[in-house]
Write a protein that binds this ligand. Sequence first.
Ligand SMILES: Nc1nc2c(ncn2[C@@H]2O[C@H](COP(=O)(O)OP(=O)(O)OP(=O)(O)O)[C@@H](O)[C@H]2O)c(=O)[nH]1
Ligand SMILES: [Mg+2]
Length: 396
Amino acid sequence: MDYTLLVSIIVVVALLVVGGFFLVKARRSVTPGKEEAKPEVVEKTGTAAPEKDRDRDPGTVVTPPAQAPPVEEPLPASPVEPAEPEIETPPPSAGRMVRLRARLARSQSSLGQGLLNLLSAKNLDEDAWEEIEDTLITADIGVTSATQIVENLRTRVKVLGTRDTDDVRALLREELLAQIGSDTDRAVRTGPLGDRPAVIMVVGVNGTGKTTTSGKLARVLVGDGHSVVLGAADTFRAAASEQLQTWGSRVGAPVVRKEEGADPASVAFDAVARGVEDGADTVIIDTAGRLHTKTGLMDELGKVKRVVEKKSQVDEVLLVLDATTGQNGLRQARVFAEVVNVTGIALTKLDGTAKGGIIVQVQRELGVPVKLVGLGEGPDDLAPFDPEVFVDAILG
Ligand SMILES: Nc1nc2c(ncn2[C@@H]2O[C@H](COP(=O)(O)OP(=O)(O)OP(=O)(O)O)[C@@H](O)[C@H]2O)c(=O)[nH]1
Ligand SMILES: [Mg+2]
């Protein structure tokens, strides 16, 4: 009996010992599991939990909580040195106007279509001729030119007899081209001229597009394989020279600039000196257009020109004219022409107006050709003016 009791006690004790051992082992294996699960918990409160929220409420915008693990960004190769600006290769000048023809067609076709419809109408009576003249005047072509065009068309339509659309179109094309001048020399004077660069001064009222045109012209010339130096002679605002610097940097053209308020004439002089020194082909000088008085502005422009001429002849004075300003712009153009010897016109923003007739009027008024046209805000939206492409775009 005692023996049986003893065996039973031993068995119970053994069972307790073995059971305790397994219990401890089981606990040990659970604890590290919990620890391993910890990151999962963090993640759940971070990204996994919002995922669930999204499922529940699709309208909720889920933003990652502040404690979300930061995304590792690759370190820049060198945190100190800024990246070299990439130098662009602009397209050459040839064919630019053809490329931009669609812009012209968009802005000017109402003029051409209006004229063609009137001319092809059955009843080409006095009223119709008057309407044709009005259409031309409305397009800023000028009264003198409009009258001339109508007179010539009347005679020629009579001689022609028929008014087939193609014939009428051909007549109108010839008359418009005659007014614009299809054999005028419109080349911008660029260098090199002998052993010196050509010097171009860009002048005009503020906001017409002088700086933009200077920058775009630099691109045209670089695109044609020339070297250019830019002079930031608009020293009224620091932003003006910054703006020119941006244009220059993009095509690798040096920009001569000074601090705000510096003497514009000295900047222009230094730019020409730099052009000579570098053996550059052309120097383009951007000027200010925002002086308060006409006398002040004109005195300054005159001075810039005189000072530059101590170093080199000024070969081209480009007057920038905003095509959208119509008669007002024309009045301002006359003032400039009185002071500086304007040699060419850059007509900007032709993409934003149907009044392309201003080309005819400004040339007649100032006696200088439109050499460049601006057809948009893009860096390569400046083209050497081609009258035939222009008229064809108008007539569709
Ligand atoms: N749509 C269009 N915008 C143009 C054209 N040319 C210039 N502009 C815009 O006209 C605005 C004025 O151009 P700027 O070159 O700063 O004019 P600015 O004559 O130098 O002006 P100031 O320095 O203030 O005298 C800019 O927003 C240009 O992008 C063009 O041909 N078409
Ligand atoms: Mg400017």
